[in-house]
Design a protein around this ligand. Structure first.
Ligand SMILES: Nc1ncnc2c1ncn2[C@@H]1O[C@H](COP(=O)(O)OP(=O)(O)OP(=O)(O)O)[C@@H](O)[C@H]1O
Ligand SMILES: [Mn+2]
Length: 270
């Protein structure tokens, strides 16, 4: 007699590894008990103390983003190989793992999202903190109105050389870092003003109100994006920075590295 295993069994039959996204301890134990199984745990924290672990910089609300990031990290770390068939188990509708997706690890479709965090000059915690500010700002806006913002993170000395002040720098003599709760309030307040925020590798806010002057020749970003995005993309090719841009017009948060768009998230989904 045919059973559901015959229908859904293919999802996990003969996979090279099982990738568990933020499993609970008991779930992890259960899977560990399966014979001859390679297990990769992916999550913001290695709560279960897994031997093979890939860190997520944030809980991606979008399941394809989450899996893509996890697999790019797993490929990058060499814990899975190009072409491996993987059963990715994650939660979508609850806190428990409730979904299995069979995905082939493909080195060719790497988006670079993992590199954005892990291989940027800037500290991953700093990238994450800035991304969170941008997402929060995108969600709430400023006094209910949509706002745009441009953050350039890392290689600040060079970024300063490729930009000029639009007004006096409120961060001139201060030693404030992204991630400090007070700073998030300040960043949101100053986001009403023109120009870019410049942030160091270690997360120090070097300047606000910077007008970026990178060479934009040959920079190819999606049509319809304006000067904020163009300058934000171009500065990451001229310097070793990454940029995180919140669009006032479409409300999306985008990240650029080496002159290319590598991440696009909708703040409303977080
Ligand atoms: N070279 C630049 N450096 C820093 N900030 C810039 C630069 N160019 C534009 N901006 C900032 O971006 C704001 C919006 O410009 P514009 O509408 O052309 O960008 P956009 O890419 O369409 O962004 P949005 O989607 O938010 O409208 C400007 O008011 C200015 O504050
Ligand atoms: Mn615009």
């Amino acid at each position: 007699m045919a059973g559901l295993d015959d229908v859904f069994g293919d999802l996990f039959a003969s996979v090279d590894a099982v990738v568990l996204f933020s499993p609970s301890g008991s779930y992890y134990e259960q899977v560990m008990a399966v014979d001859d199984l390679d297990i990769v745990v992916v999550g913001t924290e290695n709560d279960v103390g897994a031997e093979t672990f890939v860190e997520l910089p944030l809980e991606f609300a979008d399941i394809t983003d989450r899996i893509r990031f996890g697999l790019e990290g797993a490929l990058e770390q060499g814990v899975v190989e190009d072409g491996d068939d993987l059963a990715c188990a994650t939660s979508v509708f609850s806190d428990e793992i409730d979904t299995v997706s069979r995905v082939r690890a493909d080195a060719e479709t790497q988006t670079g999202i993992y590199d954005l965090f892990v291989k940027s000059r800037a500290d991953p915690e700093v990238v994450k903190a800035v991304l969170e500010v941008a997402i929060e700002l995108g969600k709430k806006g400023q006094k209910g109105k949509p706002v745009g913002a441009l953050f350039v993170v890392g290689d600040a000395g060079k970024v300063m050389n490729k930009s000029r002040p639009l007004s006096y720098n409120p961060f001139e003599k201060s030693h404030v870092h992204v991630g400090d709760p007070i700073v998030n309030v300040m960043l949101k307040e100053f986001s009403r003003l023109d120009g870019a925020f410049i942030i160091s590798d270690a997360g120090k806010i070097v300047s606000a109100y910077r007008y970026l002057e990178p060479s934009a020749e040959g920079i190819d970003i999606p049509k319809g994006l304006g000067a904020r995005h163009m300058s934000g993309a171009a500065i990451t090719r001229d310097t070793n920075s990454i940029s995180i841009v919140l669009s006032e017009s479409d409300g999306l948060v985008r990240a650029f590295k080496a002159g290319e768009l590598i991440l696009e998230v909708d703040p409303e989904a977080y």
